[in-house]
Design a protein around this ligand. Structure first.
Ligand code: MLT
Length: 411
């Protein structure tokens, strides 16, 4: 019989969001009249910007005409899209990123996992705790960890706790780690990192030959002008960091699928013979072999984000969700809950009342208010006692959810 990848058996039963969906479905089955409001998974609800839709309709028409029809595109993404990304997302912020260093893809989640294809097996890997579960689970799948302990921590990973005590900014490890996952604005805590904090990480990475995997999927939600949007705003980052970005949250592409990964050509790793090898070439090879690129139509839609109309429309979308975040923060604070995040990120990180566990709070909100959030412990042991509320929903649902929560919660 065929053998399997045993590493999968080390994983906790289900990925966090499907597990939440399973529990919600079970609740709905026994409470068919409940009207559930979902503020759990960070999935967008508002329609695609008009500029993106128009561009995609036009692209579909081009696909219907022999003269303008497109077959396979470049695996790395069309140059016209990569040029706009380089100019507007990076060069406009003083980042020295060339279009050839950008790889357009179908998602940051996929890229965060796929990047492990080009990295060695013996690396020491650091993640924050709590953390976006994909960073951990993909390393488990790749056989980079031992088993999980009772608290869900995997052997072999270095966990860097983040909490209100350290402003949700992990302390630089005292030991040497080879790979560090950083996510700012942070999922799940909604925290951001200052330029100084990121400079300390880049300095550490350069001193130790480490690689920073920087997830900037939520950069568009930053409102504070002093907060960096890209790791490449930090001096030296080209030599130690890969950055992941996405159109999912800023332009509502969660169902449309488009993202990008930046791999600077100056970034190197060590081969087992001790030689230095550019990661760009390896990622390019990986993508050209295992990926055929994002569809022409979707790339045209993503390109429209950079048009004048697209910029105005995506800004309006972001403001809409951030107004939701403000409502959530204000209403829960008024109700006596301690809240974090929600200012430069679409996630509000709530301390559960009376020392309640994250899953107990989840059950309480689900049964009393019919509102779904995400238990903090699902993001790691140090997330226990917290709860994440996503600002991605309609205004009416956010208002209704806050009415129901505050009515049912006596803090
Ligand atoms: C989340 O809720 O954490 C995000 O939606 C996950 C993702 O973007 O994959």
């Amino acid at each position: 019989m065929v053998t399997i990848n045993d590493n999968y058996l080390k994983l906790k039963a289900g990925y966090l969001f499907p597990e939440i969906a399973r529990r919600v479905n079970a609740f709905v089955e026994s409470n068919p009249d409940a009207s559930i409001i979902k503020l759990g998974i960070g999935d967008v609800t508002e329609p695609l910007p008009e500029a993106c839709r128009e561009a995609m309709v036009k692209a579909i028409e081009e696909m219907g005409d022999r003269a303008t029809f497109k077959g396979y595109g470049p695996e790395q993404g069309y140059a016209w899209l990569r040029e706009k990304i380089a100019a507007q997302d990076f060069q406009a912020r003083g980042c020295d990123i060339d279009p050839s260093e950008i790889f357009v893809s179908d998602g940051s989640k996929c890229d965060c996992g796929n990047i492990l294809d080009i990295l060695g097996k013996g690396n020491t890997i650091a993640v924050t705790d709590p953390v976006y579960p994909v960073y951990v689970d993909t390393n488990v799948m790749a056989g980079h960890t031992g088993d999980a302990d009772d608290s869900g921590k995997y052997g072999g990973l270095v966990y860097l706790p983040i909490s209100a005590d350290n402003d949700f900014t992990a302390k630089i490890p005292t030991e040497k780690v080879d790979i560090i996952y950083l996510c700012f604005p942070n999922n799940p805590t909604g925290a951001v990192a200052s330029k100084e904090a990121l400079q300390a990480w880049v300095d550490y990475a350069r001193a130790n030959g480490s690689l920073i995997l920087f997830d900037a999927a939520y950069e568009a939600f930053i409102s504070d002008p002093n907060v960096p949007h890209s790791i490449y705003e930090i001096e030296g980052a080209r030599d130690c960091a890969i950055e992941f970005r996405s159109f999912s949250k800023n332009a509502g592409f969660t169902g449309t699928r488009c993202a990008l990964t930046v791999v600077p050509k100056t970034l190197k790793g060590k081969a087992s013979d001790g030689s230095d090898v550019a990661l760009w070439g390896l990622w390019n090879r990986r993508q050209s072999t295992k990926f055929n690129g994002v569809s022409y139509v979707v790339q045209r839609g993503a390109e429209a984000v950079y048009s004048e109309a697209g910029q105005a429309q995506t800004k309006a979308l972001i403001s809409f969700y951030m107004e939701n975040a403000k409502i959530i923060c204000d209403r829960l604070s008024e109700a006596g809950l301690k809240v974090y995040g929600g200012v430069n990120a679409p996630y509000v990180w709530v301390k559960t009342p009376d020392g309640m566990s994250s899953w107990d709070f989840f059950d309480k909100l689900l049964s009393l208010a019919n509102v779904v959030g995400t238990p903090g412990s699902g993001f790691g042991a140090a997330g226990e006692g917290y709860f994440r509320i996503s600002a991605f929903n309609s205004r009416a649902n956010v208002n209704e959810a806050m009415d129901r929560i505050t009515k049912n919660l006596k803090v």
